[in-house]
Write a protein that binds this ligand. Structure first.
Ligand code: OAD
Length: 236
């Protein structure tokens, strides 16, 4: 691992594990089932075409749930790092909750979209959204009843990949937090970062599928190991 004094630019990838201790279910725990459906069978454009009510109900439930949850010590520690880190820093999150932002982080990129936005497939405008979509409300912009969750489904391209790869090119350190390393392209970032010369660190409850790609891995609950790492980085 590169000496900490050499580290200027940081890219942090977060996944469901960072929000687990806030009470938001991860995807691959407990069999990953929702009402007997595999998440992979609900989170696809094909599922939405086949049974839109099922898919809208699933996302309505999750959108409602996240609004009752609070950021945890890992989100707050990352927000502190974001606020105090003097060089480039980007938190690339696979999470569609807003807990990084509610903890105070500003440099956050949602590569899989956001629960609290609705995307109009008629006019392409994204609108802030906290209510349900199951009753097919009109788009606030164009009035068409064509809103869908602004969440990236399996088979769709994640958002803002160019920005992510640009940040990885500049990164001296890549840190992956609370993600199983099962879903690409995010699971491949560690290899991109390595090839581009960055040091790599995994912080996860257990060894992820890609753990061997990291220079260093620390395993434990995010609320413990993330604040410890942030303290090291900030020299507190
Ligand atoms: P997963 O559910 O696949 O993985 C969560 C990871 O967090 C696992 O490796 C757990 O061991 C770890 N974990 C659980 N509790 C933790 C804790 N308290 N502290 C630290 N780590 C903990 O979630 P993701 O990797 O985020 O995509 O899943 C990636 C993508 O798959 C999601 O963004 C979603 C899903 O399908 C889309 O919706 C497009």
């Amino acid at each position: 691992m590169a000496a900490m004094k050499d580290i200027r630019n940081i890219v942090i990838l977060t996944g469901a594990g960072v929000s687990a201790e806030s009470g938001i279910d991860t995807f691959r725990s407990e069999g990953g089932l929702w009402e007997q459906h595999r998440v992979e069978d609900v989170a696809t454009p094909e599922a939405f075409a086949r049974d839109p009510d099922l898919v809208l109900r699933f996302y309505d439930m999750r959108r409602e749930a996240i609004q009752t949850k609070q950021p945890n010590a890992a989100h707050f520690a990352l927000a502190k790092l974001d606020t105090e880190w003097p060089c480039e820093l980007l938190i690339v999150t696979q999470n569609v909750d807003d807990l990084h932002e509610r903890a105070g982080a500003r440099r956050v990129l949602h590569m899989h979209g956001e629960h609290l936005l609705a995307w109009c497939t008629a006019c392409d405008v994204r609108s802030p959204w906290t209510a349900t979509l199951i009753q097919r409300p009109p788009c606030p912009e164009c009035g068409e009843r064509a809103l869908r969750p602004d969440v990236v489904w399996f088979g769709e391209m994640p958002y803002r990949m160019e920005e992510i790869y640009a940040a990885l090119r500049e990164a001296d350190l890549f840190v992956s937090i609370g993600t199983s390393g099962a879903v690409y392209p995010a699971a491949g970032f560690v290899r991109n970062a390595r090839e581009l010369g960055a040091a790599t660190l995994e912080l996860n409850l257990e060894a992820s599928q890609g753990t061997h790609w990291f220079d260093e891995a620390r395993h434990g609950p995010a609320t413990q190991i993330v604040p410890e790492w942030v303290e090291e980085m900030l020299g507190d």
